[in-house]
Design a binder for this molecule. Structure first.
Ligand code: GLU
Length: 425
């Protein structure tokens, strides 16, 4: 298993070299400020007890409280959580919101737990890390495998442990527990705003722009919904169970895919994958292997699943001219070099998927002021933040002839360095 944190450090070092980041700053950013590990005992429904490995990594609070989601996934490792925490620090700085970077994780397959087991695990997570989190210290949120219900349990448990309710301790809660309107759709919507920015600059016409989307969780789904509504052509879609490609000159129908996901738990509308059918008789699409979909001809490849999807093994075969990273860390550093050489425009995760944490910031502000913004207020405030982050990175990348990831890192590292220098002055 490649080290995801090594990928993150390679990105850091490359940006630090290009921008001549002071050595002392690089040394500070080379490791997290703090890592906490816990073994969480959970009583299962059958009365037995299972232990789950859990982490909270607090990478940097130079610009504000640590901020970042909690991931529930069977392959979670400390190495991965470290990388994700680092990317949060970069992301918040690029977006210009006053947070640092943190991340949490539990090595668990949440789909295999009952609701009661999941609740006990979530509450146990809070109790294990209650001492290090707090509205002004470290503010978790959802990530892969976690959702508003889990945030509600964690917020409730924090109130129990501390003796008073402080909804600003966690974001991504449900609306009636102090969550924000528009948080659920925020990452996908933010990614869609970035697609519009790209379209403007690269003169893309939606009806002529073919999208392939890998990942149909919360992020991939809302992004795809908005893009299809705007007239973009969805020609391929994948989730962890199926990869579907539209027949030549056809597009996939968003409603059909979304209904399949809801009814069968997969984007596969004919369930050929689910039934292991080798011959799909549906005239409008065919089934591919997951890797094949990533290297199929399209205009924009949207990566909305997990890390390390484009590596040196498949980067040379990618046919898209644009990659939009809605997942964290989907492109390995060696792949970046190959994509650069091939003039593929990669919009990095730290810009493309920042919509989630930006609306988390809005939620945190609403909680602290005890107010509730309307959905249109949220959308109106999210859009300029996303556009500014993109524009700044775009301009820097043109000026210095560097790619968008390098530009985003330079912007972020300059801001983080200023905060570190101010604190140590
Ligand atoms: N998990 C999301 C991310 O990776 C959101 C984090 C947050 O809202 O704090 O950006």
């Amino acid at each position: 298993m490649p080290s995801i944190f090594a990928n993150a450090l390679a990105q850091l070092e490359s940006a630090a070299r290009q921008m001549k980041l002071p050595k002392e700053i690089l040394a500070v950013l080379h490791q997290p400020q703090r890592e906490v590990t816990a073994a969480l005992p959970v009583t299962m429904d059958d009365g037995s007890q299972k232990i789950f490995s859990a982490y909270r990594v607090q990478y940097s609070n130079a610009r504000g409280p640590y901020k970042g989601g909690i991931r529930f996934h069977p392959q979670v490792t400390l190495d991965e959580v470290r990388a994700l925490a680092f990317w949060m620090a970069v992301k918040c700085a690029v977006a210009g919101i006053p947070f640092g970077g943190g991340k949490g994780g539990v090595m668990v397959d949440p789909k295999k737990l009952s609701a009661g087991e999941l609740e006990r695990l979530s509450r146990g997570y809070l109790r294990a890390f209650a001492d290090v989190i707090g509205p002004e210290r470290d503010v978790p949120a959802p990530d892969v495998g976690t959702n508003a219900q889990i945030m509600d349990w964690i917020s409730d448990e924090y109130a129990r442990v501390t003796g008073h309710a402080q909804p600003a301790v966690i974001t991504g809660k449900s609306l009636d527990r102090g969550g924000s309107r528009g948080r659920e759709t925020a990452t996908g919507r933010g990614g869609f705003f970035i697609l519009q920015q790209l379209a403007e600059r690269l003169k893309l016409k939606p009806e002529k722009t073919r999208l392939i989307v890998q990942g149909f969780g919360n992020v991939g789904m809302h992004f795809t919904r908005l893009a299809c509504r705007d007239g973009y052509r969805l020609i391929g879609i994948a989730d962890s169970r199926a990869s579907i490609l539209a027949a030549p000159d056809r597009s996939l129908d968003y409603a059909v895919i979304a209904n399949a996901k809801q009814d069968y738990g997969t984007v596969d509308p004919c369930r050929c994958t689910a039934t292991k059918g080798k011959i799909c008789r549906c005239p409008d699409h065919r089934h591919l292997t997951p890797d094949k979909l990533l290297t199929t001809d399209c205009d924009v490849l949207v990566l909305a699943a997990l890390e390390n999807q484009i590596t040196k093994a498949n980067a040379g075969k990618v046919k898209a001219r644009i990659i939009l990273e809605l997942a964290n860390g989907p492109t390995a550093p060696e792949a970046d070099v190959i994509l650069d050489r091939r003039h593929v425009t990669v919009v990095p995760d730290v810009i493309a998927n920042a919509g989630g944490v930006v609306v988390s910031y809005f939620e945190w502000q609403q909680n602290r002021e005890n107010v509730s913004w309307t959905e249109s207020q949220i959308k109106q405030q999210l859009q300029p933040v996303m556009e500014k982050a993109f524009q700044e990175a775009w301009e820097l990348s043109r000026q210095q002839r560097i790619n968008l990831r390098a530009a985003a890192f330079q912007l972020a590292l300059t801001r983080i360095a200023q905060s570190i220098q101010k604190k140590t002055a």
